[in-house]
Design a protein around this ligand. Structure first.
Ligand code: ZN
Ligand code: ZN
Length: 361
């Protein structure tokens, strides 16, 4: 991972918005800029220097993970120590990420500098580092690719395991156990297993409900590998389909395929969303598609860009996004199909090639 190149980009982004230092406290951003994975950290980029602030629990870890960055170990909250350092170093305007800084955290930062420099010191600059993280470098793409493939293996393994009468949590447990055996650091979010009527819940986390003899079962899950998340959804059918069910699935699959095909650099996020939505509109199903089409994935499970109606953000090569339209009919059933797609120089590459055709178990 070329952390130095990332820090250079962050410095340029900070200069472009008119601050002389950048304070980074959002932990995925800290990891992105330095490689540090501890839970208490702040990074300051100022005057060609990069300094990581953390506490004594992480002395050995910081030494092992971080290179080319000065590490300051102190007992107090990292951001507070960082502010004292900035005042001494002569920082006048420090940019901070207003989307990740609580009012209380900002207050303690302000209190950590003396009254004479406090005025004008802290400048909200938005999610500068998170914006950089949207376009992945080759190391990140390799990590995401590996995580996505583990996800596919897990799904394929579930096909021989899932049976009517089994509790949703049993399915989740087997999937998560298999994920660990394949090296996952953890799941990237709480595994969704939504069966029968519960498949109509877009975020139906696994419960003790039993899988029905006949009906849909949606699996939405992801693993974390080397810090990077995967995210995929497949919906299978248990037993023979009732009239109409296959047609709805086919529309969702068509919508999903259309949106995947629309992914390319230069296309807006809203255009990709519309590609999915317009297919469902043709069969009158768009009113049951109650969420956005997708999101970026990386060090965080949900990051930019957001693929939603009228989003004007333009896709760029190196972004990794999900394409996940679904249809949810309250009290009846629902389904979703989700792939991760890498934006390439000329289009999109699906990173989660597991079967999407109708699967009857
Ligand atoms: Zn998902
Ligand atoms: Zn997703």
């Amino acid at each position: 991972m070329d952390f130095r190149a990332r820090r250079k980009k962050a410095v340029a982004a900070a200069q472009a918005v008119g601050v002389d230092a950048l304070m980074v406290t959002h932990l995925p951003d800290v990891r992105y800029l330095t490689g540090f994975t501890g839970s208490n950290a702040a990074v300051v980029l100022f005057g060609g220097k990069s300094v990581l602030f953390t506490d004594g629990r992480y002395t050995a870890q910081a030494k092992a993970e971080v290179a080319g960055v000065r590490v300051v170990i102190e007992k107090k909250a990292a951001a507070v120590v960082a502010c004292g350092w900035m005042e001494e170093a002569g920082v006048r305007r420090c940019g901070f990420d207003a989307t990740q800084t609580s009012v209380a955290a900002l207050e303690s930062m302000r209190r950590a500098v003396s009254g004479s420099v406090r005025r004008g010191m802290f400048v909200p600059v938005g999610a500068l580092v998170a914006r950089l993280r949207e376009v992945k470098d080759s190391d990140e793409i390799a990590a995401i690719r590996a995580a996505a493939l583990v996800g596919c293996e897990l799904f394929d393994g579930m096909l021989g395991f899932i049976q009517p009468g089994m509790a949703e949590v049993e399915v989740a447990a087997a999937l998560e156990y298999a994920a660990r055996l394949r090296g996952a650091e953890g799941m990237s979010f709480e595994t969704i297993v939504a069966s029968g009527e519960r498949s109509a819940l877009p975020h139906g986390r696994a419960t003790t409900a039993k899988l029905p003899k006949r009906g849909f079962c949606t699996l939405d899950f992801g693993v974390v590998l080397d810090g990077y998340c995967s995210d995929m959804t497949r919906t299978v059918h248990l037993g023979k389909a009732l009239p109409g069910e296959w047609e709805v699935y086919d529309s969702v699959l068509e919508a999903q395929t259309a949106a995947v095909a629309r992914v390319a650099p230069g296309v807006t996020a809203g255009e990709v969303d519309e590609a999915a939505r317009s297919v469902l509109r043709q069969s009158g199903l768009d009113k049951f598609f109650s969420h956005s089409t997708g999101h970026g994935v990386g060090l965080e499970i949900h990051e930019g860009p957001r693929l939603a109606t009228q989003q004007t953000q333009v896709l760029e090569a190196g972004m990794v996004v999900t394409i996940e339209p679904g249809v949810y009919m309250p009290g009846k059933y629902g389904m979703r199909i989700e792939d991760m797609v890498l934006v390439t120089a000329s289009g999109g590459e699906v990173l989660t090639p597991s079967l999407k055709a109708w699967i009857e178990l």
